[in-house]
Design a binder for this molecule. Structure first.
Ligand SMILES: Cc1cc2nc3c(=O)[nH]c(=O)nc-3n(C[C@H](O)[C@H](O)[C@H](O)COP(=O)(O)OP(=O)(O)OC[C@H]3O[C@@H](n4cnc5c(N)ncnc54)[C@H](O)[C@@H]3O)c2cc1C
Length: 406
């Protein structure tokens, strides 16, 4: 296994690094206080437009759709280089990472022409409307329905946990169009205008104080048939395109997650209960060593995924392993760091220690990471079935008509 860049990859990395040095200087350090939503949106749009002009958006997309026509390695290299900065890219991660590739894969040429360029330059923001109150891990169990009325469809139902719905112009929505067939067969996907009459977005307050996701209610929302993605009843296959693109994001530990370096710094500055610097206490040293081992394991597992990509293969189940370990490690390390910090780790106002505020943010965000994009239990099921070859999960409703199984 050779973890070094090929000469072409090294050249691409050097070019991207130089561009970022020149253009992302203002994002070298994290903001002192978190941006308010308006400022975040305005900064995100400006940053996206800048990247678009320089050719660092849609890196793997076909040129016909405004992309760069390059491979996943270039996309990952750019992502690695950008992650050295604190530029505001998150607003587009779902839209450009998952929604728009689904739109140009399953929408008509007219639809792609209308929506793709505006998303790529950052003018229009997209969200993914999949989860419902009773359908998250079991996505095919959704109940939001769409009924055809001439050349339009009428959507009624509710979605939940929709990240950035409050900042989005459009979304891709999974609906049930035929409840009389098994649950995977009666689904259809549409593009929905988030400002259309009948769409109501209600923010969910998170324990971190933020409000990144929402409940979305649909009441008689009309969508033109031209905005259907794929065939009627083929929505499961279309949704899999979206989820496949999620797999391509060979994400590592979130940038703000505490690692062994954070713990060492903290442990040098605080006192152990028995006196003396905490770094000298055996149990503290052991936890820090464990954090180092986890970090290295995560890094090497991601290298394995990158090696597969560079050979033209899709990453395999190592992605599920990484996700489980990253989320669990982040939660454990943040919790340990806050224990070390004692009462100082409880930061409520803007005048608290920014480093400790970041640790608190990691701690409060880690629980969500263990759920988003596949819960620990679901990923463990995948590892059990696809890596270890254990018998599959019981799926008694798989072949029954949806309205008979419910
Ligand atoms: C930060 C964040 C952002 C999100 N953003 C979006 C978004 O933009 N768009 C969107 O559509 N959704 C989004 N989601 C929703 C997310 O996809 C779901 O929360 C997730 O799929 C889990 O579904 P659920 O919450 O319905 O839990 P459930 O599926 O009801 O699971 C509840 C518990 O039961 C366990 N469980 C369920 N089935 C099994 C099984 N077969 N075997 C073992 N255990 C099982 C689960 O692991 C979990 O612990 C987001 C979630 C988070 C946390």
């Amino acid at each position: 296994m050779d973890f070094n860049d090929t000469p072409q990859e090294a050249e691409y990395r050097a070019k991207a690094r130089a561009w970022l040095e020149d253009n992302a200087a203002e994002y070298r350090e994290p903001p002192e206080t978190a941006w308010k939503l308006d400022e975040f949106i305005q900064r995100s749009k400006a940053w996206q437009a800048k990247k678009f002009a320089a050719g660092y958006t849609g890196i793997t997309w076909p040129k016909a759709f405004g992309g760069q026509g390059l491979g996943p390695m270039q996309s990952i290299i750019y992502g690695q280089e950008e992650s050295r900065f604190h530029a505001p890219s998150g607003l587009y991660s779902i839209g450009l990472g998952m929604c728009i590739p689904t739109v140009f894969t399953h929408g008509s040429a007219e639809i792609a022409e209308r929506y793709v360029p505006k998303a790529l330059v950052g003018d229009e923001v997209w969200c993914q409307l999949f989860s419902e109150p009773s359908a998250g891990s079991d996505l095919a169990g959704i109940r939001t329905r769409a009924v055809q009325d001439g050349d339009e469809w009428v959507i009624d139902g509710q979605k939940v946990w929709t990240s950035f719905a409050h900042a989005s112009d459009y979304g891709i929505v999974v609906t049930r169009t035929d409840p009389s067939v098994p649950k995977h067969k009666g689904l259809t996907m549409f593009i929905v205008d988030m400002k259309a009459p009948g769409v109501e977005v209600r923010g969910i307050k998170q324990m971190s104080g933020g409000s990144d996701f929402n409940e979305v209610f649909f009441t008689g929302v009309r969508v033109k048939d031209t905005h259907r993605l794929g065939d009627v009843g083929n929505g499961w296959k279309v949704a899999l395109t979206t989820l496949m693109h999620e797999r391509l994001a060979v994400g590592g530990k979130p940038r703000h997650a505490p690692g062994y370096e954070t713990l060492m710094k903290l442990a040098r500055g605080v006192e152990a209960p028995v006196g003396g610097p905490a770094i000298e206490a055996g149990d503290v040293r052991q936890r820090i060593a464990q954090s180092y081992i986890n970090d290295q394991g995560i890094k090497l597992t991601q290298m394995r995924a990158l090696s597969a990509l560079s050979r033209g293969q899709m990453p395999g189940p190592e992605q599920s392993i990484s996700k489980v370990v990253v989320a669990k490690t982040m939660q454990e390390m943040a919790s340990f760091a806050l224990d070390l910090a004692g009462g100082d780790g409880f930061v409520t106002g803007a005048d608290g220690d920014p480093e400790l505020a970041k640790l608190q943010g990691s701690y409060l965000g880690a629980a969500g990471l263990r759920i988003a994009g596949g819960t620990d239990e679901i990923l463990r099921n995948i590892i059990a079935e696809r890596v270890l070859g254990l018998p599959g999960d019981l799926r008694p409703d798989k072949d029954k008509p949806f309205n008979a199984a419910a």
